[in-house]
Write a protein that binds this ligand. Sequence first.
Ligand SMILES: NC(=O)c1ccc[n+]([C@@H]2O[C@H](COP(=O)([O-])OP(=O)(O)OC[C@H]3O[C@@H](n4cnc5c(N)ncnc54)[C@H](OP(=O)(O)O)[C@@H]3O)[C@@H](O)[C@H]2O)c1
Length: 235
Amino acid sequence: MNSNQKSETWLVTGASRGIGLEMVKQLLSLGRTVIGACRNPDGARDLWEIQSDYKTRFRPLQLDVSDSASIDAAAKSLSNTRVDVLVNNAGILRGAAEPLSTLNIDDVIKSFVVNAIGPLQVTRAFLPHLQMSSAPKVIQVTSRMGSIDDNKSGGYYGYRMSKTALNMFNRSFAADYKTITTIVMHPGWVKTDMGGHGATAETYDSVKGMLSVIDGLSLGDSGRFLDYRGQDIHW
Ligand SMILES: NC(=O)c1ccc[n+]([C@@H]2O[C@H](COP(=O)([O-])OP(=O)(O)OC[C@H]3O[C@@H](n4cnc5c(N)ncnc54)[C@H](OP(=O)(O)O)[C@@H]3O)[C@@H](O)[C@H]2O)c1
């Protein structure tokens, strides 16, 4: 890590638990400044502690990625704040085991709203903050389950479709914003509320890997689909 990276400001969505919370912790221990965005900062107990430990380098931010007014208010509350790295991490997995015949369409719609349209809106709202950075990066936390090529087992309709849509959003974004380094990243199958106990990766290892890959990214990587070890994933 160079001294420029140390002074970076990161904005992480879904910071209340799981991968987002672990990312906030590791970034702070690496000396970065972090804005931890979550739906309900008053209810996010783990973030209270972090806030008292890192008074000058951590800032909580109310942000519901499914609510346009919340996104706009969050971006406005940070006006004139530079964001070097935006990590669109917040996500949901709804109706995972449901077969097509009984699939709740509201779950599919909600998956799109949170997992695909949310990151699009958050990215757009924070463009002015990113454009204050000399080397801005946007990381969309996707899933291997959004890979069409990799889908041999079916199911997970809403989740898979929403992550594929997120991947497509990012390809257009990468093509249109050539001064921003932006990728979609699979964190592995991770032991969180979403990933469950049977997952293969510890949260610590997933995030450590992700941060190492993100630190090493440059503009030439824009538009790629990588995992937390830096391996390319087929679309
Ligand atoms: N775990 C895995 O194996 C795995 C694998 C592939 C990809 N991923 C992706 O990794 C990301 C993080 O997953 P995770 O495993 O850490 O999941 P998690 O433990 O379920 O945590 C999800 C996070 O997203 C937040 N969130 C949900 N809806 C939100 C909304 N409308 N606005 C703002 N925040 C919202 C949650 O906040 P609340 O506390 O307020 O609910 C929570 O902080 C997701 O995008 C997920 O799809 C995970």
